[in-house]
Ligand binder design. Structure first.
Ligand SMILES: [Zn+2]
Ligand SMILES: [Zn+2]
Length: 178
């Protein structure tokens, strides 16, 4: 199957070790070849909403989209990784967001840090990175609470998920990647 490529972009100063920990699971579970961008986007002050004390996903995703156009290696997908607390208008917060049309996703470490550090935190970040890239490829939400495409309400839901998709989602992934 033709391999999709992804540009991973630090937004602000997320720990490098966590960003670098995403390449392996993205390849193993989504078949996506990810490279970490050498240049980071600055801390997204432009996306800050004073009333909510949070950062608007869409503003960050627009900037990430321009990187995709400029990328010399012509990556097909882009995902930002940030420490900022993200929101979309209809939700109190989001772990991340993906837009298949523009091929842009963003992932926040902020909520994943609740009650977690070290290995637990790293695994949460990996699971949600695989989840967002799953959306970029075309997978939707899954009802199976152990599937990586399950919609988590809380960080503990993420701890119960696998790094990879269930059989139903795997079949769909194979169909999409054909
Ligand atoms: Zn999702
Ligand atoms: Zn599934």
């Amino acid at each position: 199957m033709p391999q999709k490529t992804l540009l991973l972009v630090p937004v602000g100063s997320p720990p490098t070790v966590l960003v670098n920990a995403l390449q392996e699971p993205l390849m193993t579970h989504m078949g996506v070849s990810a490279v970490v961008s050498r240049t980071a986007l600055s801390s997204p002050a432009y996306a800050f909403n004073k009333d909510r004390g949070q950062y608007h996903c869409n503003a960050i995703m627009r900037r990430l989209g321009t990187l995709l156009e400029e990328s010399p290696q012509k990556q097909q997908l882009v995902m930002g990784v940030t420490d900022a607390d993200l929101f979309v208008p209809e939700s109190p917060f989001v772990f991340g967001e993906a837009d298949r049309e523009s091929k842009v996703a963003v992932l926040s470490l902020f909520r994943l840090r609740q009650g977690a550090e070290g290995e637990t935190l790293r695994r949460r970040v990996q699971v949600e990175a695989v989840h967002q890239v799953g959306h970029l490829i075309g997978l939707s939400y899954c009802e199976d609470s152990r599937c990586v495409m399950f919609f988590p309400q809380a960080p503990q839901d993420i701890d119960r998920k696998q790094l990879g998709p269930c059989n139903v989602c795997r079949n769909e992934l194979n169909r999409l990647n054909r």
